[in-house]
Design a protein. Structure first.
Length: 222
């Protein structure tokens, strides 16, 4: 592990970026190692399991989104068409999830990536998960519905019937993240998901304020 680079990023308040084209056990372990160092730095090591779950779920979603683009292209479906989107989702999970390593290789060949940014300033930690496939209107709508619906419920069981989304394999992942962040005292505002037209960006705010980002240092593990 490149511990010295992590320590440098922390001490100089720079952004550390990990780039990968897949998100399997090797990548999760690597991210766990880095996350532990950041949480220890802000004296919150007891949060590592909960924050790791949130981070892995977001990165897994990014990986699935990339795989989805490959799948739709291979099927000749327009991911921006609501009809094609529903048609593709009806088979995406069963056909793609069993061949995730094959799809990861295709994602790499297509230049699709996942980037995880860590930025710490004093006690304010921000973690971003980025992938270079912008959200479609349908995807943004599904995410917004989960965020809005969670405001109506106090627990995951209460939200299950309305929010379950097994078609993409995401299930209640986002809802779990929101619940965990709330239990940790960060609230729903600690997570945002948006697109800038080039990337989809999921951000965890584990502090009260966001600071300006410093120069990025990249670690390629793909």
């Amino acid at each position: 592990m490149a511990r010295s680079l992590v320590e440098y990023a922390i001490s100089e308040s720079k952004t550390l970026t990990v780039k990968t084209t897949s998100y399997l056990s090797r990548e999760r372990k690597y991210i766990d190692h880095i996350l532990k160092q950041y949480l220890q730095e802000i004296e919150k090591p007891f949060m590592v399991n909960q924050v790791a779950y949130c981070l892995h779920e977001l990165a897994g979603n990014a990986n699935r989104a990339n795989a989805k683009r490959i799948y739709f292209d291979e099927k000749g479906l327009d991911i921006h068409s609501s009809g094609d989107y529903r048609q593709g989702l009806s088979t995406f999970r069963s056909e793609a999830f069993g061949n995730i390593k094959e799809y990861n290789a295709k994602q790499k060949a297509a230049g699709l990536y996942i980037k995880i940014d860590f930025h710490l300033h004093k006690t304010r930690l921000k973690i971003r998960v980025r992938n270079n496939t912008p959200l479609t209107g349908e995807e943004k709508s599904r995410i917004d519905r989960k965020f809005e619906a969670m405001k109506q419920f106090s627990s995951i069981p209460d939200a299950y019937t309305l929010l379950e989304d097994s078609s993409e394999g995401a299930g209640l992942g986002l809802v779990m993240i929101l619940q965990l962040l709330d239990n940790l005292g960060f609230g729903n505002e600690a997570l945002s998901i948006d697109s800038d037209g080039t990337e989809t960006i999921a951000t965890l705010y584990l502090s009260a304020e966001e600071d300006s980002l410093a120069l990025e240092e990249s670690l390629a593990i793909s």
